[in-house]
Write a new protein. Structure first.
Lengths: 468, 353
């Protein structure tokens, strides 16, 4: 093959890759539009009062906490006020080095509680259990540091109810979040796990731990992330859910059938992507056992989280996410093209491998090839422009279609100028931000491939929303 | 080198893809703009509707009669009106509900919802079904009954509820076979339907359905006896406790048993090989047990299953003569560490120091 042919061949490879990748997303988009429209139509009836409640299953909310002294009291207070018939809150203090336990003890009048703690999942030792004297449905487990997954497993051990909900300590929920995310369990008893949409809280007004008013951040990075989250949730997950091929439920907020998770072995403690790894493993475990099940998703915006506003924190997050993705997939390779794998094993898993896991490699190589090739005179300017037109154009199309889904459904940003700003962000993010993300994800992939340990790191919290 | 001329297939593919992409993006942006415009218009209409109609409708429910002159209800406000009307209906009792129905008929909404019922939009069909139920429109009976058998879980259960609103006594015998057989109706929604029917209406048909149902369905239906708070089911429960060979049915019977007449049966089942039956037996002893059952419950504190130990400890704590001192004495007398631990937990839960 001559150099010219090789270059021409490479041009086609990169172009086709972008077209196929984005074609896949567009297909998910179309599925999401249908699903979301049906969901919104059906949800209209739920706005009527007494839209059937009673016999809802009780839920254990498990909150891992590490060095959260500054915010844990407000978070727990908000959780206690959730509107749901019966639930308990289990805060797992994961060997915090700050005053997390002291703050909890003071704010909630904790007293030692002689819990008959069952070790169904192995964890680091639990040093003590405390019950709130003022809120009988609040308990705190104090344990040796073992990481988030270890804390979740300890919470599962202590949970009394058939469903547990893993919540990040800094997640902001809505009063009806639990009601909303439990619905699939009521409607279909095969449901073993359900997640909801996570939105970006930056720029919003928060009072008493609940979101009072939505708004947009002034920080450009946070603005880009809003568009990203809309893409990821409104069609990324909404697209896979109807096919029972959803491979990730966000660790920020997700509900699981406790016994099924225990049967599957609980959360793995040797991965930073413990949330995704559990869901992929549930698919593998249940399909291998020939069991009928459903892992699903509610598109309602029920959980809000602070997005990083500086490049360093964002980079660490994206590197970690890619490592987590790689770990989750490779630890469950048995699902890939498994005869019993169904849509999870034959569609979603390969999609994740070829587009999400290896995608950054091809993206960065593609941009690198065309730009370097052009600068060396090997690639003509029209080819470079054509490639950039396609790659950037497809990216914009996906971002704008996510905004369309948002307008078709929840339109939570009330002002028209918000929509205009988000459209601008959807446009601008394709000129540098997405490419930078691809580079970070490639770093994450490289670190995983070379066996480097992923780190959680510290997030610089700016709390740009107003705290009450 | 590489792609060169404008006729190059690579360039052509890239240019066409780019062009289509940009065109689609533009279409989507225009669509977003249109949706936002519609949203603004809808919001303005909703505010106007709220300012004009909500005070009027609320006032109607307090007046002696519906006023002769009514404001104009525009076609585009019908859905919003019905939403508000139905939510008000659900929160009122007695005569005001009748006045809402008179108002709806005066506005000819009884005919409008018939058209909506046969329309293509799911949300309009749902609101039409709910409205017909509140209007107690007997003419809709056959259509609603047909809908309860449809494959759409939400439409079918909303139709079921509407039938109960129209005529619970005649609806329930028709709905109970569906409640028995359908797995896509959430238990919480079935419970609401039965609760709304009331124990007098629901008990008889429910008991009959349980009696003739296969064991798996019977076990599921037995739990609804608690929802309708009926003692009329006690004879059936006692009969099944003695005669059924289904562990699920026995467990369900123990769960809903409220009569001391079943105490002997409960005691017998504390030694059942299945742990979920022993769990219910322990709970039942907590409700119905006497002093002589304390030893049985204390023995169950050492069961190999955590949930049996926990329910046994809770049952002990429920017994009226078991004060904190008594429970602590039992705890301190246990050789089994698991028994001691579980009772310590329950004492802390139920008898805080």
């Amino acid at each position: 093959m001559s150099a010219n042919e090789l270059i021409h061949f490479s041009e086609w490879v990169f172009l086709l890759y972008f077209i196929i990748l984005n074609g896949g997303y567009i297909t998910l988009n179309v599925i999401s539009i249908v699903g979301l429209t049906r969901y919104m139509e059906s949800s209209s009836i739920d706005s009527l009062p007494q839209a059937f409640s009673g016999l809802e299953p009780p839920v254990s909310i498990v909150v891992p906490a590490y060095n959260e002294a500054a915010t844990i009291a407000a978070s727990v207070r908000a959780l206690i006020q959730l509107e749901y018939p019966e639930f308990e809150v289990l805060v797992v203090n994961d060997g915090s080095r700050d005053d997390t336990l002291e703050v909890l003890s003071r704010e909630f009048s904790l007293v030692p509680f002689p819990e008959a703690y069952r070790v169904r999942l192995k964890t680091k030792p639990v040093r003590g259990v405390y019950q709130s004297a003022t809120y009988p449905n609040l308990r705190v487990l104090d344990k040796e540091n073992g990481g988030k997954a270890d804390s979740l497993n300890a919470g599962i051990n202590s949970a009394r109810y058939p469903l547990f909900c893993g919540v990040d300590a800094d997640s902001l929920l809505q009063r009806n979040s639990l009601q909303r995310v439990i619905q699939p369990f009521l409607e279909d008893q095969r449901t073993v796990a359900c997640g909801g949409t996570v939105r970006v809280a930056n720029g919003c007004e928060v009072r008493g731990g609940f979101l009072e008013k939505t708004g947009l951040p002034s920080n450009l990075l946070a603005l880009f992330q809003i568009a990203e989250y809309l893409r990821a949730f409104l069609f990324g997950r909404m697209g896979w859910s109807p096919m029972n091929a959803l491979l990730i439920i966000s660790g920020a907020f997700g509900v699981f059938h406790k016994e099924t998770v225990i049967e599957a072995g609980g959360y793995r403690t040797d991965t930073v992507g413990e949330d995704m790894e559990l869901v992929v493993r549930l698919h593998r475990f249940l399909r291998a056992g020939g069991r009928t099940y459903r892992i699903t998703f509610v598109p309602d915006p029920i959980c809000w989280t602070e997005a990083p506003e500086d490049l360093r924190t964002l980079k660490n997050q994206r590197v970690r996410w890619q490592q987590g993705l790689a770990e989750s997939l490779t630890l469950n390779l048995g699902l890939l093209f498994n005869p019993k794998g169904g849509t999870a094993g034959w569609l979603a898993f390969p999609f994740m491998v070829f587009f999400e896991l290896l995608g950054p490699l091809l993206e960065v190589l593609g941009y690198g090839f065309f730009i370097l090739g052009y600068s060396l005179g090997a690639v003509p300017s029209n080819a470079l422009l054509a490639f950039l037109g396609v790659s950037i154009g497809l990216g914009m199309l996906l971002s704008v279609s996510a905004l369309l889904l948002e307008e078709l459904s929840f339109h939570i940003y009330p002002k028209t100028r918000h929509v205009a700003l988000l459209l601008l962000a959807a446009f601008l993010e394709n000129f540098g931000y997405r490419q930078l993300n691809a580079v970070w994800r490639l770093v994450g992939l490289f670190r995983w491939a070379t066996g480097r340990q992923a780190r959680w790191g510290e997030m610089k919290r700016t709390a740009t929303w107003k705290r009450g | 080198m590489g792609s060169g001329t404008a006729t190059d297939p690579f360039l052509a593919a890239a240019v066409w893809t780019g062009a289509v992409t940009f065109a689609l993006t533009l279409v989507l942006i225009l669509q977003i703009g249109a949706l936002r415009g519609l949203l603004i218009l809808r919001e303005r209409r909703r505010r106007r509707f709220a300012a004009e109609w909500q005070p009027f409708v609320t006032q109607v429910t307090f007046e002696d009669r519906v006023p002769r002159d009514l404001p104009t209800l525009h076609k585009r406000d019908i859905f919003t009106f019905l939403n508000y009307w139905n939510s008000l209906h659900d929160s009122l009792r007695g005569a005001p509900k009748e006045k809402l129905n008179v108002l709806a008929r005066r506005l000819r909404l009884d005919r409008t919802v018939w058209k909506m019922l046969h329309g293509s939009r799911v949300r309009e069909r749902l609101i039409a079904i709910v409205t017909l139920g509140h209007l107690r429109d007997y003419a809709a009976w056959d259509t609603l009954l047909e809908l309860t058998r449809s494959g759409h879980p939400l439409e079918s259960i909303v139709a079921a509820r509407a039938l109960v609103h129209i005529d619970g006594k005649n609806a329930l015998p028709l709905l109970l076979p569906l409640i028995r057989d359908r797995n896509d109706w959430p238990p919480s929604k079935i419970a609401s339907i039965l609760r709304e029917s009331g124990p007098d209406v629901a008990s008889g048909p429910l008991i009959e359905t349980i009696r003739t149902a296969p064991p798996a369905q019977a076990a599921r239906l037995l739990r609804y006896l608690d929802v309708v708070h009926t003692e009329a089911g006690t004879p059936l429960v006692l009969e099944l406790l003695g005669a059924s060979d289904s562990d699920q049915v026995i467990a369900a019977c123990l769960q809903v048993l409220r009569s001391p007449a079943g105490l002997e049966s409960v005691r017998r089942h504390t030694r059942h090989p299945q742990w979920f039956v022993r769990v219910q037996a322990a709970s039942a002893l907590g409700r119905l047990g006497t002093r002589e059952d304390m030893d049985t419950l204390v023995a169950m504190l050492g069961d190999r299953e955590w949930w049996v130990r926990y329910r046994a400890a809770q049952a002990l704590a429920r017994l009226p003569f078991a004060d904190r001192r008594t429970l602590e004495a039992i705890r301190d007398g246990q050789q089994d560490r698991y028994a001691r631990d579980i009772l310590a937990q329950v004492i802390a839960e139920t008898r805080p120091a």
